[in-house]
Design a protein. Structure first.
Length: 406
């Protein structure tokens, strides 16, 4: 591991390079994947898994830590896996992001005691991983699968205020470990119903962000709660292109960037928390592909049919490339993480990687890798919107001269 001072400088450099244009006005975008395959205690195996990500052109990898009630520090086995993954990332010059899940709905840290345990676990993990400078707090807290309760008996939002309290305490604890740590909040799902009496209680990202801002204002906190916001901008299905926008709904996709920035501005304007200028991380985006017959032998649970929304590899490549280009041209977007480097072998899970389950490449790997490299090098181009021409003032018709009778 390099000295902590060196790591701090690298962390600061990352934020400057991704959250703002580089010197000379060159815009860059970090491209990576949400992939925990490198969480292996064996450093050699961990390095092999990280090497695969590099082959895909990725420079940023997110791995996940699983907190559960009662845990205040990672176990010895967990820590060994995280340290092996961090070492592999360091050797490959990959930026490692650690997302700490809050457990599923029955584990949600909403009580003061549970929050304290979660924060202690988070701080302990950060202290043990000096190379890691990016931590995501929680996962999709606007869904009841990961956060309960979502509403009270009167239909009011309980999830956003409770998450705001956890995020604030997590921010303070991580900054106490190192001021250079990048605290990433949200990891919000792109959709939600906002129906308190639904069997599956969820909040839309639109409502959740508004309520998060309201809870922050109500707390009268004088410090931020996050340095970056993560959102998972999946389409409604793998067949939905990343260019699909939702101007008349509460969903948020990659194409809804203006809506997201406006929400952040309204939620935090005039507070200590950045809003419209807050860096954004597209933390998960995935498009599933159809599995060729000659590759089914490396997958399991074959009784489950391939996902009905799965698309061709060429379409996945087109969508991934287009998604990178969209994100690259959105000024406050700092990075994009695809969901997985390699497919999950269980056909009941996700087959959205650029490699099959046996780690052989799919046919669209070269296209996605080339686009990722261009985004990270700052060589993509963005079409500037044409300025709206001012409407020409309507001239009053000239009055006809009346000829005098002679």
């Amino acid at each position: 591991m390099p000295p902590i001072r060196t790591i701090a400088v690298l962390g600061a450099a990352f934020l400057l390079a991704t959250a703002a244009p580089a010197q000379g006005g060159t815009r860059t975008l970090a491209v990576g994947a949400s992939e925990s395959a490198s969480l292996i205690p064996d450093p050699v195996v961990a390095k092999t898994r990280m090497d695969l990500a590099v082959l895909a052109g990725f420079t940023q990898i997110e791995v996940r830590a699983e907190w559960s009630r009662g845990k205040t520090a990672p176990t010895a086995d967990e820590l060994a896996a995280f340290q092996a993954s961090a070492l592999a990332a360091q050797l490959d010059a990959v930026r490692l992001v650690v997302a700490v899940n809050t457990g599923f709905s029955r584990q949600t840290p909403v009580s003061p005691g549970d929050r304290a345990q979660f924060v202690q676990y988070l701080a302990s993990l950060a202290q043990s991983l000096p190379y890691v400078q990016d931590f995501i707090v929680g996962n999709e807290p606007n869904l009841n699968l990961f956060w309960m309760p979502q509403f009270d008996k009167r239909g009011r939002d309980l999830a956003a205020p409770a998450y705001e309290a956890l995020l604030a305490q997590s921010y303070d604890a991580l900054k106490a470990v190192s001021p250079q740590i990048n605290v990433i909040g949200g990891a919000i799902s792109p959709r939600g119903a906002d129906r308190a009496r639904s069997i599956r209680q969820t909040h839309s990202p639109t409502t959740f962000l508004r309520d998060l801002g309201a809870a922050y204002r109500k707390s009268r906190r004088q410090l931020p709660i996050m340095d970056m916001l993560a959102i998972h901008p999946y389409g409604e299905s793998s067949k939905t292109p990343p260019t699909a926008a939702h101007p008349k709904s509460t969903s948020i996709s990659i194409a809804d960037y203006p809506k997201l920035v406006k929400l952040l501005r309204e939620a935090f304007k005039g507070t200590a928390q950045r809003g419209a200028t807050l860096p954004i991380l597209y933390g998960e985006y995935g498009v599933q592909t159809q599995i060729p017959a000659d590759k089914l032998g490396v997958y399991t649970n074959l009784s489950v049919p391939t996902a009905t929304d799965a698309v061709s590899e060429s379409m996945q490549g087109e969508y991934y490339s287009r998604a990178i280009k969209l994100a690259y041209c959105q000024p406050t977007v700092a990075g994009m993480l695809f969901f997985h480097v390699s497919d999950e072998p269980d056909l009941d899970r996700w087959q959205s990687g650029l490699f099959y389950a046996d780690d052989t490449p799919k046919s669209d790997l070269a296209l996605v890798k080339a686009t990722a490299h261009a985004a990270q090098a700052g060589t993509l181009t963005c079409t500037k919107a044409k300025p709206k021409q001012k409407a020409k003032p309507k001239h009053k018709p000239k009055r006809k001269r009346r000829h005098r009778r002679r």
